[in-house]
Design a protein around this ligand. Structure first.
Ligand SMILES: C[S@@+](CC[C@H](N)C(=O)[O-])C[C@H]1O[C@@H](n2cnc3c(N)ncnc32)[C@H](O)[C@@H]1O
Length: 195
């Protein structure tokens, strides 16, 4: 599998004509995740966005929660320059501090198994509240995604693989949200996936 190059062509291809996500859709998602954090009494004062790409989450927080500090990172020099992120590779960078909300949207499936395991360890170290993750699984790539609009040059792994690795550090609460086990949040049985 040829390694994806995250250059101008990549962002034009996946974020211009037929984008997988639009700024408007991410605004709805960010609003929902932020509201869930409030519902759980886990206020969001700091955000880390890993592999931020066009920076839609950062934009939502800047516009709607100007007091929240947002640290957006990406491995792509192009994305960092164009969209204003810090150049970081989550497979080699272990964040020095913790954040209330960590976002890793559409990134893990670009990493090898070994890389994704390290990245998950780094995300866990960085997160003192909630993690939002989106990564299409083998099933999603075969049956759910729009293959014309989605980058298929990725690492396909099972949902079980992600649950096992993320589950060491987080409790799955659904819709892409995972609560750090460090929080010890009391959740009803039906609010969370069974361990
Ligand atoms: C599909 S885009 C997602 C961008 C953004 N999170 C979103 O949802 O719109 C994947 C992004 O992950 C970044 N990425 C890939 N590997 C990475 C790594 N090892 N560390 C940090 N970012 C990475 C890419 O540069 C690219 O911007």
């Amino acid at each position: 599998m040829a390694r994806t190059v995250f250059d101008d062509d990549y962002y034009r291809r996946f974020y211009s004509d037929k984008p997988v996500h639009t700024n408007r859709k991410i605004a709805q998602l960010a609003q929902a995740v932020d509201s869930f954090c409030q519902w759980w009494d886990l206020p969001v004062r700091s955000v880390l966005d890993v592999g931020a790409g066009p920076g839609y989450w950062r934009d939502w927080y800047k516009e709607n929660r100007p007091r929240v500090t947002v640290h957006s990172t990406d491995v792509s020099e192009h994305a960092c320059k164009k969209f204003g992120h810090e150049l970081r590779d989550i497979t080699t960078w272990r964040p020095e501090r913790t954040y209330d909300l960590v976002i890793c949207h559409g990134v893990l499936h670009y990493l090898t198994d070994a890389g994704a395991k390290i990245a998950i360890k780094h995300l866990a170290a960085a997160c003192r509240g909630v993690l939002y993750v989106e990564a299409p699984t083998t099933h999603d790539l075969e049956h759910v995604v729009d293959k014309r609009a989605t980058d298929m040059n990725v690492h396909a792994r099972s949902a079980q693989w992600y649950r096992k690795n993320l589950g060491q550090y987080f409790v799955q609460v659904g819709a892409g949200m995972w609560v750090s086990r460090k929080v010890g949040l009391a959740l009803y049985d039906l609010e969370r996936a069974k361990d």
